[in-house]
Design a protein around this ligand. Structure first.
Ligand code: PLP
Length: 399
């Protein structure tokens, strides 16, 4: 069976069929797990390039299960090629390691995943002489002001973790490319079902596969999607020589999870919007940050660049003091107190007012807030669970 036509079919069909296209009579319908760490060499191996990634040599250079996943994700993200690694953070570091060097300047969003903040704000600046600027990348004028002659990369997330702030991908790409600057977008919160930054012109899309694409909270992985020549550079420099390789088993799990990814993602989108709208009406709630709400600052841009919905993550605050947040969580029966997102089950995490990056977030977040990863349970059960937990603490709710 050939996958030539599948490549042009709908997102849902591609999510199910792509990657595993070596189907012959008698072969398994679903991919096998190839756990081998090395592969049989040709008759004369003496002239082999031991750092090559395009032949099966050694699993740190590339393997069967990771190769299938790369093929599927490159297509789903609308990019040329993809590298999958052990985690979202491994993907971010591999990208930055291959593309940046001492003396380069990076502009990065003030709302990012914590590891991105550490890399750009502390680790690489102190160890390797990288210059960086933390910028409100929702404001194109702020980005423009931060550009220096040695600016090499603009990196942002949209929606951003955890404030859900929205960056205008098209406007950032235009500004960056006019100034010969590369652009990387961490698309984890939106996922390729809703947004494909490569189609908006970014040079690199990064996904934590740990989240929506795997979707079952049981493995970690990360991907970088972009041009083939750049992906080859990342494979050669970062994958083979730094070695943050994904286990074939995890690649297989993520491949399996990715089959139902579009179906799940639509439910995450729908549930999160319903919960956000309900939360917004509650007298005890101080604010709700969700790009699907008309009241949200980036809503118009989000509507333009998010296709089927606004993702499954929202943040909100309560009118109350620090420990009220902890007490409410003890009453929840459906939501679990845990970090991460994109699981079938709903998760909630309280980020207190002393969080070290609070100064980077808007005023309404400063008293502390919840980040909620809405799952794919029945949305009424989610709303009822929040309502009964609020009521158990005597908080005022409405239908
Ligand atoms: C979780 C997350 C990451 C890191 O991914 P891991 O798979 O946990 O390493 C990066 N960016 C965003 C936006 C995330 O939510």
């Amino acid at each position: 069976m050939s996958s030539k036509n599948i490549e042009n079919m709908s997102f849902t069909t591609r999510s199910i069929h792509l990657g595993d296209d070596d189907k012959k009579v008698g072969s398994p319908v679903e991919p096998a797990i190839t756990m081998a760490n090395s592969f049989i060499l040709p008759y004369d191996p003496s002239s082999m390039n031991w750092s090559a990634s395009d032949e099966n040599i050694y699993t740190r250079n590339g393997g069967v299960n990771q190769g299938m996943l790369e093929k599927k994700l490159a297509n789903l993200e609308g990019g040329e090629d993809c590298v999958v690694l052990a985690s979202g953070v491994a993907a971010l570091s591999a990208l930055f390691f291959a593309m940046l060097k001492k003396g380069d300047h990076v502009i990065f969003s003030k709302v990012t995943y914590i590891a991105t903040y550490r890399i750009f704000h502390e680790l690489w600046t102190e160890k390797w002489g990288l210059e960086t600027s933390i910028v409100d990348t929702t404001d194109i004028e702020e980005i423009k002001k931060a550009i220096r002659p040695n600016t090499k990369l603009i990196h942002f997330e949209t929606p951003g973790n955890p404030t859900c702030c929205i960056c205008d991908i098209e406007a950032i790409v235009k500004l960056a490319h006019e100034n010969n600057i590369l652009v990387s977008a961490d698309n984890t919160f939106s996922s390729p079902y809703n947004t494909r930054p490569c189609e908006w012109g970014v040079d690199f899309t990064v996904e934590s596969l740990t989240k929506y694409i795997n979707g079952h909270g049981d493995s970690m992985g990360g991907a970088i999607i972009g041009r083939k020549e750049d992906m080859d550079k990342i494979r050669y420099q970062s994958q083979v020589n730094i070695g943050g390789i994904i286990s074939p088993f995890n690649a297989w799990l993520i491949m399996r999870g990715s089959m139902t990814f579009p179906l799940r993602m639509q439910v995450h989108n729908d549930n999160a919007l319903a919960v956000a709208k309900w939360l917004e009406r509650q007298p005890c709630v101080s604010f709700v940050a969700y790009p699907g709400l008309e009241s949200f600052k980036g809503h118009e841009i989000a509507k333009r660049q998010m296709e089927h919905g606004f993702g499954g993550v929202l943040s909100f605050g309560l009118k109350g003091e620090h420990d009220l947040y902890n007490r409410v969580v003890t009453h929840l029966e459906v939501f679990t107190s845990a970090v991460s997102l994109g699981n079938a089950e709903s998760l909630i995490v309280f980020l207190g007012e002393d969080d070290e990056r609070m100064y980077l977030y808007p005023q309404e977040f400063h008293g502390g807030f919840y980040r909620v990863a809405i799952g794919i349970e029945d949305k009424n059960d989610l709303i009822n669970d929040l309502r009964q937990a609020f009521k158990a603490e005597g908080l005022e709710t409405v239908d």
